[in-house]
Design a protein around this ligand. Structure first.
Ligand code: CP
Length: 301
């Protein structure tokens, strides 16, 4: 593995290996391998972040390196300098890059032109670091994903949903996308997903029925603010609340990639009742991303 650009590009074995490595790094946090000694990693963010930025800054330090946070809007990138030129400059100065931006192609181009180990920290297409942390949480809470059924509720065509779809295809667990017609995964996307592990269901109660994990994400993703009122109106039946959860399996786990908007995609009472898992999931961003970096360094050794 030379980069982490998507879940799509990983094999099932690679995903499982990263999750196991993340669990191990979490157990042995005080003795993290110093694989980044003497290295500086650039964190280029074109969008807001709390979890991703903090977990990468802390994780890079714990692995012995130095993070350098760069806001895209304050770089020449924000004034139109091409990604490939920025990449070639940084490739001569830093040792690795973490990028949060819009177009997946920009992350792909950055990796190509910089020749640096490059990590996708969220694009319009995927959020691979999030899904690795989510799978780690499933491993800890449910003993893994084999034979489990996950339901993703809400905007089923967003980056997090797409990474879940690839995880299901690669690992073989059942995934139900519970979404109204307007927010179901695009047919052009689904036609490229192998296997038959993913089902799309418009009825929210049917979608969560028999599920071991019920998952949601913010209804108004970054960049979609102009559609806010319309999205909230259409997605309201997909809110995670006590009534909807009565259709899921007993003991079903609720996960949320955060930030959460209480009263929208999840009620305050359900969020608080499942806070232990949800904030484990947030913490696991740190461990999963450290696992990714350790593997990237191993591949380059
Ligand atoms: N889940 C997630 O990526 O959180 P941030 O936007 O705060 O980084």
């Amino acid at each position: 593995m030379n980069h982490l650009l998507s879940i799509e590009q990983l094999t099932g074995d690679e995903i499982a290996h990263l999750v196991n490595r993340a669990v191990d790094l979490k157990k042995n946090r005080k003795s993290s391998p110093q694989v980044l000694t003497g290295q500086t990693w650039a964190l280029i963010f074109n969008k807001s972040s709390t979890r991703t930025r903090v977990s990468f800054e802390v994780g890079i330090r714990e692995l012995g390196g130095s993070p350098m946070f760069l806001s895209g809007s304050e770089m020449q990138l924000g004034r139109g300098e091409p990604v490939k030129d920025t990449a070639r400059v940084l490739g001569r100065m830093v040792d690795g890059a973490v990028i949060r931006t819009y177009a997946q192609q920009d992350v792909v181009d950055f990796a190509h032109y910089s020749k640096l180990p490059t990590i996708n920290a969220l694009t319009d297409d995927e959020h691979p670091c999030q899904i690795l942390a989510d799978l780690q949480t499933m491993q800890e809470r449910l003993g893994g994903w084999k034979g489990k059924r996950v339901c993703f509720l809400g905007d089923g065509d967003c980056n997090v949903a797409r990474s879940w779809i690839w995880a299901s295809a690669r690992l073989g667990f059942e995934l139900v996308i519970g979404a109204p017609k307007a927010f179901q995964p695009a047919e052009s996307f689904m036609s490229g997903v192998p296997g038959n592990t993913v089902r799309v269901e418009a009825d929210a109660a049917k979608a969560v029925s028999g599920c071991d994990v019920v998952y949601t994400d913010v209804w108004v993703s970054m960049g979609k603010e102009a559609e806010s009122a319309e999205r909230i109106d259409i997605l309201r039946p997909y809110q995670i609340n006590e009534q909807l959860m009565s259709h899921a399996n007993n003991g079903a786990v609720i996960m949320h990639c955060l930030p959460a908007y209480r009263g929208k995609e999840i009620t305050d009472s359900v969020m608080e009742a499942h806070a232990d898992v949800i904030f484990d999931e947030a913490e696991n961003r740190l461990h999963a991303q450290k696992a990714v970096i350790v593997e990237l360094m191993r591949a380059r050794a």
